[in-house]
Design a protein around this ligand. Sequence first.
Ligand code: SF4
Length: 200
Amino acid sequence: MKLLLHICCGPCALMPLAVLREEGHALTGYFDNPNIQPLAEYMRRREGAIQAAEHAGIPLVFPERQQEYDAKAWCREALAAAYSEDRGEEKDTNESGGRCAFCWTSRLRRSAAKAKALGLSGFTSSLLYSRHQNHEGIRKAGERAGEEYGVRFVYRDFRPLWQQGIERSKALNIYRQQYCGCLFSEEERYTRAFRALENP
Ligand code: SF4
């Protein structure tokens, strides 16, 4: 199948790329992650995605330049989602409220639209590799985005390959991030550390 792989970062993409190539799909990578902040971090992860795509020997595409990165717009929409009364069935189980659901739903919708625009039959995402995300919520959001744009969402559970992906990214010297992506997640990792200090 001609398949778009939404790539959230290089390390997360390595095992999905390996599995999907092994299955015989003709892959196009797509780096679309306006949630990553600040811009310097975004550029490091973008570079990591380029490395992963080059390693796999596949083309990598991006959103149109003027739509690629707008941190202010992303924060505005993410906060609106987090404080919305109507967060839908993808309400997050963690402290972020509806922010994360907005984050992966919007990226998956943009990926479905890109797959459609490129004339591909389906799409999937390296988000399905993460052990830290709401896997089931991502699956449902992908399926809904696929229905909306008339392209098939190809579901796979890449999580069992977690350790293999870590080792491969280290061997390839691809940048490995320390937080999920948005400034809120960057702050939360320190908040958790402070709480642990206060309540040992
Ligand atoms: S914590 Fe991660 S998934 Fe949640 S909003 Fe931030 S970048 Fe997106």
